[in-house]
Design a protein around this ligand. Structure first.
Ligand code: SF4
Length: 491
């Protein structure tokens, strides 16, 4: 928190005003706390084991959020850690995007070195990685460009800056311009890793660029996005005013920013842009299994608590709904674990990547099931979820005895307990972190459907069917049970 207290250069805006100290600003403080949880996890008893990992690059233990996966166990640990952290924060803790960016850069720069014998990107990246690991930095990953006209390629856009691109090459580095949208945690990180957002052609070469910059760099502007009920953060208080944690996203504007060569990890490498996006998005899709199932636990627990407060927890229809919520939640988690245990190596000596089918299935479930879980929790909570009086009402001496009398259900629970649980349910089940992010984060649902379709081997499935139907079909000789085609990154 000390490290990000005072920015000298980066301009961060919240509700139209410039913020000097993100750690003290009521709008961003909940987000800083959530980020902080990822550091604390390495020291807290229940997460210490998951949140630390041995890094062969620096020869010591590092926070897992800056670790390069060394095998399937590391990918499993990632999912478990994220589930635990959702329990501690009740929101998105924002540091995973930068972590996935590190692993992607390792894979892509490693592949360029292995396939094309060009080692400069890998060497630069390893030096950067060591710096990040030794200093335990928090990184944002900036992938999504603002994109302008969606049907046009970057080089065809009427607005040349609709995708981040190189505008000048200098002896010591490059000058870039453009903006990245929906960037998780961007106002409170140490550094930002910028990545290409789509497949490119040769004409788009200037857009096929990846680099890292400290957030506090001249030419950086961040406009923090609004979220539902965000005005409550400015109220203070302990119930309504978001006393716990939250996330934020923002628009990152890079206006003629200088990036030294040692921070450039991909330069006009248009041939590698598609794989870059594939590797990154699959890492992040797998991660959702952990954080979203962890949020699901919070919501299920809150719904269960509210049902007990109302005296309906053992009613068959409530039990039925709770069981359905658990099933949906665990389905998400299971798919993410499968994606992790079925990990594969993309480099000769590492570059451990998730199973692309299960990573996409995970994220596709996440794009659907949280809405179901949220609906069921609202059903159990009752209409007061949308109409409950404010914390200020409860604190009004004239109203308090009346609210205590009329908002109480089962006598062992107070009206304040009910209000607190209702607010928690509202802030989690209706949050950007649990709903909108679940649909669009790590790629919108259509992106997963395209990946699923690409990776499933329909010809092999048909051959299986034809043999059973007594029709001529050649035996595939494929020992794998799953009809699969390799993802681009596996070729
Ligand atoms: Fe991490 Fe989940 Fe937030 Fe992505 S959505 S940054 S995986 S907590």
């Amino acid at each position: 928190m000390e490290g990000i207290k005072k920015r000298e250069h980066a301009e961060i805006f919240v509700l139209g005003k410039r913020v000097d100290d993100v750690t003290a600003h009521p709008f961003l403080k909940p987000s800083v706390k959530s980020f902080k949880a990822t550091f604390d996890a390495a020291f807290e008893e229940d997460t210490r084991g998951l949140a630390r990992a041995y890094s062969p690059f620096v020869g010591e233990e590092v926070n897992r959020f800056v670790h390069i996966h060394q095998g399937p166990e590391d990918l499993v640990a990632k999912v478990k850690l994220l589930r635990k952290l959702s329990h501690k924060t009740g929101t998105c803790f924002q540091r995973c995007v930068g972590w996935d960016a590190l692993n992607t850069l390792y894979v892509i720069s490693g592949k360029i070195a292995e396939r094309e014998g060009r080692k400069e990107y890998l060497n630069r990246f390893i030096e950067y990685l060591k710096y990040v690991q030794r200093n335990d930095l928090a990184l944002a990953g900036a992938m999504t460009d603002v994109k302008g006209v969606r049907t046009l390629r970057p080089s065809e856009q009427p607005n040349r800056d609709a995708y981040v691109h190189v505008v000048e090459e200098k002896a010591g580095g490059i000058v870039v311009r453009g903006a990245k949208a929906n960037i998780t945690g961007v106002a409170v990180v140490d550094e930002v890793v910028v990545m290409p957002t789509r497949a490119m052609t040769e004409r788009d070469a200037e857009y096929a660029v990846s680099f890292a910059i400290p957030l506090d760099t001249p030419g950086v502007k961040v406009v923090v996005g609004r979220q539902i009920n965000d005005g409550r953060r400015l109220e203070g208080g302990e119930i309504d005013g978001l006393p716990y944690m939250f996330n934020h996203e923002g628009l990152l504007i890079l206006e003629d920013l200088f990036v030294p060569w040692e921070r450039v990890f991909l330069y006009k490498e248009w041939r590698w842009a598609a794989q870059f996006v594939e590797v990154f998005s699959n890492y992040h899709r797998q991660g959702y299994a952990g954080c979203k199932s962890g949020l699901g636990d919070v919501i299920i627990g809150t719904a269960h608590g509210l049902a007990r407060q109302l005296g309906i927890a053992d009613k068959p229809h409530v039990q039925e709904k709770l069981t359905e919520m658990v099933f949906l939640n665990e389905a998400i988690y299971s798919a993410g674990l499968a994606a992790s245990w079925e990990a594969r190596r993309l480099l000769k000596n590492g570059g451990w990547w998730v199973d692309p089918m299960y990573a996409n299935v995970t994220k596709h479930l996440v794009a659907r099931f949280p809405y179901e879980v949220a609906k069921l929790s609202h059903d159990i909570a009752g209409g007061l979820l949308g109409t409950a009086p404010s914390e200020a009402d409860l604190k009004n001496p004239e109203l308090r005895p009346l609210l205590e009398k009329y908002l109480q259900g089962v006598p062992e629970f107070t009206a304040e307990e009910r209000l607190r649980m209702l607010r928690l349910l509202e802030n989690t089940s209706l949050s950007v972190a649990y709903l909108v992010e679940s649909v669009h984060g790590a790629g919108s649902p259509q992106a997963q459907r395209i990946s699923i379709q690409r990776v499933y081997d329909f010809q092999r499935a048909e051959a299986i069917a034809r043999r059973l139907a007594g029709l001529k079909a050649e035996a595939s000789g494929d020992a794998r049970a799953e009809p699969r085609r390799p993802a681009e990154a596996e070729k």
